[in-house]
Design a protein around this ligand. Structure first.
Ligand code: SF4
Length: 160
């Protein structure tokens, strides 16, 4: 059975910054669950951050800018957590390589897992087009990243 990386919070694990999860239970999710074996990771926890934790945003850039050291990830209280985010992304990529994973379903709008939107770095609740640090590193390494809103696309991908 094909393995697919998934954000741990989408599997119901309480790893979000606020200690909650975004567990999926839609029909599309059930169909995908029958087709693949999920390999779960929370990149931020894997990178050494605690739960709950102070929210963080990418400042003046997107995930690829963090990977290429042009932007940083800063918490709402001003702490620089860039290194933890990069370690988490590297751990996610290592997990993909160990498991021959070619696709991931990650939580959109997260500074780690976002694949189409992220917050704008000003803690104003405003989203902009962009992607998180883990998504950037996975895409740079040829892994296809879907958001939790693209489960039908993920099903089509694994059925190809
Ligand atoms: S880093 Fe990813 S897996 Fe972890 S809580 Fe945020 S969105 Fe979920």
């Amino acid at each position: 059975m094909e393995k697919v990386l998934i954000s741990a919070c989408l599997l119901g694990q309480n790893v979000r910054y606020d200690g909650n999860n975004l567990g999926l239970d839609s029909l599309s999710f059930q169909r995908l669950s029958e087709l693949v074996e999920f390999v779960a990771i929370c990149p931020e926890v894997s990178g050494g951050l605690s739960t709950p934790r102070t929210p963080a945003e990418i400042v003046q850039g997107a995930g690829i800018d963090v990977i290429e050291q042009r932007a940083q990830v800063i918490t709402q209280t001003g702490a620089n957590v860039t290194d933890a985010f990069v370690v988490g992304a590297q751990n996610a990529l290592a997990l993909c390589k160990q498991n021959n994973i070619r696709a991931a379903v990650l939580t959109d709008a997260s500074p780690s897992c976002g694949s189409s939107k992220i917050y704008n770095g000003e803690f104003a609740g405003e989203k902009i087009a962009g992607h998180g640090v883990t998504t950037a590193l996975l895409r740079e390494n040829g892994i296809t990243v879907f958001s939790q809103f693209e489960l039908e696309n993920a099903i089509e991908f694994v059925n190809r």
